[in-house]
Ligand binder design. Structure first.
Ligand code: AMP
Ligand code: GLY
Length: 428
């Protein structure tokens, strides 16, 4: 079967790496394309130029190349409805259509769904004007959690300590700081606890858990400084115990999938639940309609099942034939190497020498890289994802940093404390 992968980051490199060994490709020598891909993905797939916001162009490409499965990495094409347009042409795609992708595309949509389905989450109010938001604020206690409703590249959440600061933020949001995404704002109750992520594949009816992970969102060590897309992650996250995972499946994931299906917007793809482990149990912070980046890298490092077959089963409604998405018991940990200046203004063009980084079984996924002649250079904020496995977080972390230290990337940096919460728990 021929496969098209859409995206260009470390998440997509990890997906490409696993897809390349899928029986979908190897059984009949199918072609594997990536649009636009990156130099790491180019080891596995033929990278092509394709404007993925032009759905007619994507359809034409799929028809010309007889693509049997389209796998979408990032959220933007999902929220834009690429899935609906491809499916209307009979092309199988992994990822939800526009209606179900609102789980990521509109925070208000998700909060309302949680209310209808009785899913544990923070109390909230949706506000469509500054005045409405200001009045609603009176019913909340600090710290105030303020969220632009739409997609804001992970930057749409502001937590304000005082009412005065919250009002300034609300003015900003309604003043256009996040463009259309801030035309509506969600105000939420502040939840206290540790954050953890849970991933599940679904075809709209059947659901298969595909692992847990913990991300490190802040740019600086000890979780300080501005928020980023994620500076590192590990999987599994033992803080989400087996019992808690079952609770999340029953109270959150299952009602989400059932409610969306019953309401005529079936969700197929991966559900990425961001959870807060509160004293009242796990509560949903948010949903994403895609794999996390860099969480996907650690999940793929552990996945033993055939990724292509799993994703195709989500796309064609046959996931119910699967009993599990097999993951190894090993721990995987990834360290993001970013370009200096990230997340504000990352330096482009810095040279990278990977050297012997992969010698110890570590995988270096490319995120923002490009080839400049024969040399590899930085071409984005997050540049490399150095990913290793071990018996526990402490071991995987040691292996990952050993590989980091073998890489020459003078205009890059990384956090040295990825996995710290779990390392503390593992230390006797
Ligand atoms: P989100 O984009 O919704 O995941 O929010 C980004 C980050 O803001 C989360 O990872 C949390 O650290 C924090 N956050 C969001 N909502 C809440 C909440 N209701 N209570 C406490 N922290 C929150
Ligand atoms: N690493 C966080 C995300 O992918 O949203």
């Amino acid at each position: 079967m021929n496969i098209l992968l859409i995206g260009s980051g470390g998440r997509e490199h990890a997906l490409a790496w696993k897809l390349a060994e899928s029986r979908l490709l190897t059984s009949d020598g199918g072609n594997f394309y990536a649009a636009p891909g990156n130099p790491g993905i180019a080891d596995h797939a033929l990278c092509v130029t394709l404007d993925t916001s032009d759905h007619a162009a994507v359809i034409a490409f799929c028809q010309e190349k007889t693509i049997g499965l389209v796998v979408v990495g990032p959220e933007v094409p999902l929220v834009a409805g690429l899935g609906d347009d491809l499916r209307a042409e009979g092309i199988a795609m992994f990822g939800p259509g526009k209606a179900a992708a609102q789980l990521e595309g509109s925070k208000g949509f998700t909060k309302d769904l949680c209310e209808r389905a009785g899913i544990p989450t923070a109390g909230y109010v949706r506000a469509r004007s500054f005045e409405e938001a200001r009045d609603a604020l009176a019913n909340f206690k600090p710290p105030f959690v303020l969220k632009a409703d739409g997609l804001a590249a992970g930057k749409g959440v502001v937590i304000s300590e005082t009412r005065e600061a919250a009002l300034v933020t609300l003015r900003d949001m309604f003043g256009g700081r996040f463009g259309q995404a801030g035309a509506e704002v969600v105000i939420e109750e502040f939840m206290e606890g540790e954050e953890v992520s849970f991933f599940a594949l679904t075809d709209g009816t059947a659901i298969l858990p595909i692992g847990t992970a913990q991300d490190h969102k802040r740019v600086g060590e000890g979780d300080t400084g501005p928020n980023t897309g994620g500076m590192g992650a590990y999987s599994p996250a033992p803080v989400l115990t087996g019992a808690l995972q079952e609770q999340v499946m029953e109270e959150t994931i299952r009602p989400t999938v059932d409610t969306l299906r019953e309401e005529g917007m079936p969700y197929s793809g991966v559900l990425y639940a961001g959870l807060m482990l509160t004293s009242d149990g796990p509560k949903l912070i948010e949903y994403n309609a895609r794999f996390g980046d860099p969480e996907c890298q650690v999940l793929m490092m552990r996945l033993e099942a055939d990724l292509g077959e799993l994703l195709l089963a989500c796309a064609n409604g046959s996931l119910g034939e699967w009993s599990e998405a097999k993951l190894s018991n090993k721990t995987a940990l990834t360290v993001v190497m970013a370009a200096k200046g990230y997340p504000a203004t990352p330096e482009k063009g810095g040279t990278i020498e990977l050297g012997e980084a992969e010698a110890n079984g570590t995988k270096v996924f490319h995120a923002g890289t490009k080839l400049n002649g024969a040399s590899l250079v930085a071409n984005g904020g997050r540049v490399l994802n150095v990913t290793a496995t071990g018996a526990n977080v402490t071991e995987a972390k040691a292996m990952a940093y050993q590989a980091v230290d073998a890489i020459k990337f003078e205009s890059g940096f990384c956090r040295r404390d990825i996995g710290w919460r779990e390392v503390v728990r593992e230390t006797p």
